[in-house]
Design a protein around this ligand. Structure first.
Ligand code: HEC
Length: 124
C-alpha cells in the first residue's frame, strides 16, 4: 500500500516535470515566432539596389553584366526622362573612357539604345 502511494507520487512528480518541460520548450519554440512582428523594423532599401528596368533589348543584359559591377541602376533612374540617345551615348562613353567600363563600342551602342528606350525620350 505504502509502495503504491509512493509510486503514484513519483508518477505525479514525473508528469508534472514533463508537463513543465513541454510547456517551457513550447514557450521557447513559440516565443521567437510571436516576438518577430514586435521587433520587425521597416527601412528604406539603400539606393544602390535599384534594378535595371527589364527589357527584351540586348542592352539590358549588357547593362546587367557591364554596369552593375560598379553601380546599380539608380544613376539611370536619376537622369532626365527627356534625355535623348546623344545624352545617353555621352554617359555610356564617359563610363567607358573615364571609368574604364569593360565594354566595346558596339556593346555601348546597344546599352545606349536600351537606356534611351527605357529611361529616356525614346521611351514608349
Ligand atoms: C568602372 C566602374 C563603372 C562602370 C563599369 C560603370 N559606371 Fe556608371 N558611374 C561610375 C561612377 C563612379 C559614377 C559616378 C561618378 C560620376 O558620375 O562621375 C557613375 C555614374 C553613372 C551615371 C550618372 C552620371 C551623371 O552625370 O549623373 C550614369 C547614367 C551611369 N553611370 C551609367 C552607367 C552605365 C549605363 C554603365 C554600363 C555601360 C556604367 N555606368 C558602368 C562608374 C561606373
Amino acid at each position: 500500500m505504502q509502495h503504491q502511494t509512493m509510486s503514484k507520487k513519483n508518477n505525479n512528480h514525473f508528469a508534472t516535470s514533463t508537463l513543465l518541460k513541454a510547456a517551457l520548450s513550447s514557450v521557447l519554440l513559440i516565443a521567437p515566432t510571436v516576438s518577430l512582428p514586435l521587433f520587425a523594423k521597416t527601412f528604406d532599401q539603400p539606393a544602390d539596389t535599384v534594378q535595371w528596368r527589364p527589357s527584351e533589348l540586348e542592352g539590358y543584359s549588357l547593362a546587367l553584366q557591364k554596369c552593375t559591377t560598379c553601380h546599380s541602376a539608380h544613376y539611370a533612374e536619376y537622369q532626365p526622362p527627356t534625355a535623348g540617345s546623344g545624352y545617353w551615348r555621352a554617359q555610356v562613353l564617359r563610363m567607358k573612357n573615364v571609368f574604364k567600363a569593360p565594354i566595346t563600342d558596339e556593346q555601348a551602342q546597344s546599352v545606349v539604345d536600351y537606356l534611351s528606350q527605357n529611361y529616356g525620350s525614346a521611351r514608349k
